[in-house]
Design a binder for this molecule. Structure first.
Ligand code: PLP
Length: 393
């Protein structure tokens, strides 16, 4: 950065400083000028370290990528322009026509769409299965199955995958196990320690944490696969902008504190909702259908996501969302502020009503991503929402 090459257009270069900044510099440069063709050869041949073109790599992506690598206990992760770019890098960069993929039937909506609509168009067949049940995943496998994609905690029902069972299957059959760790984060689980071959994130959510950067990250345990992911991400243009990486690096500094605070408030909120006789789903509660598995896999962590169901259908849901003033009714998660999402009118609106009922996503069902508010203040807002919902329902 400091001794940037002087050009006729930019003759000043970068001011020298004997002291160094404590914050990573932002390096928006798209290109990096080299000294000579020999110098460029040295770079491309790995004899010298250096950047050439931002799509292929830049300092802000590397700084962010190495931090997330360390959190996940992996190396060589690629920072992508979104979580879906990370999903695309895996599914399109590692598979070929004729391969088969098994995906969780409660994956993030766009991942589901890619499995249902886009991969089949490219000759890659897919089957959706309940990843909470290793036998159901086994039944979906075929001789040409090459990958299994799952999320540890599903959205929005917050069910917990049978990661151990599925990892054993994948290992026995030589199938790549791909884990989207967005909800759980490395604070709750490091999937690579449970047998994942590839781990990915929507960094947009809890890791960056401020709803101001759209990013992803993906890493593979096998170096050859990691290189394939990187090359495909560069070729397909899935890599990230320096400014987003710089913002996310700042967000990441407080990630542990944010996660712990949001998680402890989520437990309090779940407790409050249960005390009000509202059906609540929180992986840290004994009444969660996968409580034992959650405790085993997440080692006592339970994350910041709480789902609950109001009686009284759409009228109660409308009354709740209107009265819960100060909580953004917005389809994201992991922000500093609590956000509320209503799957029946947003993420799962394309499903037939019967299918939504089957998944338990009734008109009264909400998913909450708990943020950093004072717990008492947050619970007071929920109390006002419940009160309004009861009067409407
Ligand atoms: C949001 C999300 C994604 C997609 O990430 P983007 O950054 O929005 O592209 C993938 N998986 C999960 C679990 C998510 O929540």
């Amino acid at each position: 950065m400091r001794n940037s090459r002087h050009t006729l257009m930019r003759p000043e270069g970068w001011p020298d400083s004997a002291s160094t900044p404590v914050v990573s510099p932002l390096s928006p440069s798209v290109v990096y000028a080299s000294e000579s063709p020999d110098a460029l050869d040295a770079q491309y041949e790995g004899r010298a370290e250096g950047y050439t073109y931002a799509r292929e790599g830049h300092p802000n992506a590397d700084v962010l990528g190495r931090r997330i690598d360390a959190m996940e206990g992996m190396s060589g992760g690629v920072v992508t322009g979104s979580g879906m770019a990370a999903v695309s890098a895996v599914l399109m960069g590692c598979l070929k026509a004729g391969d088969h993929v098994v995906g969780g039937d409660l994956l993030y909506g766009r991942s589901l769409r890619m499995l249902r609509e886009d991969l089949p168009r490219l000759g890659i067949t897919t089957t959706l299965a309940d990843t909470g049940d290793a036998a159901a995943v086994e039944a979906a496998l075929r001789p040409e199955t090459r990958a299994i994609l799952l999320e540890v905690v599903s959205n929005p029902g917050l069910r917990v995958a049978d990661l151990e069972g599925v990892a054993a299957l994948a290992k026995a059959r030589g199938i790549l196990l791909v884990v989207d760790n967005t909800f759980t984060t490395p604070r709750a689980i490091r999937p690579v320690e449970w047998g994942a071959d590839i781990v990915l994130h929507s960094v947009t959510k809890l890791l960056a944490g401020h709803s101001d950067a759209t990013l992803g990250w993906v890493a593979a345990k096998d170096p050859a696969l990691a290189e394939r992911l990187r090359v495909f991400a560069v070729t397909a243009g899935l890599t990230a902008s320096p400014f987003d990486c710089w913002l996310a690096e700042r967000g990441l500094m407080s990630f542990d504190l944010r996660f712990d605070r949001a998680e402890s408030t989520a437990a309090l909120l779940a407790e409050y909702l249960a005390s009000e006789e509202v059906r609540v789903i929180y992986p840290g509660r004994d009444d969660h259908p996968d409580a034992a598995r959650a405790a085993h896999l997440l080692g006592g962590r339970a994350c910041n996501m709480v789902s609950f169901e109001l009686l009284g259908g759409r009228a109660a849901a409308n009354a709740f969302a209107r009265a819960a003033d100060g909580i953004a009714f917005a389809p994201t998660l992991g922000d500093v502020g609590t956000t509320l999402s209503h799957p029946a009118s947003s993420s799962h609106r394309a499903l037939a009503p019967e299918e939504r009922e089957r998944l338990g996503l009734t008109e009264g069902f909400f998913r909450v991503s708990v943020g950093l508010e004072e717990p008492e203040a947050l619970i007071a807002v929920f109390a006002a929402g419940l009160d309004a919902a009861r009067r409407a329902g």
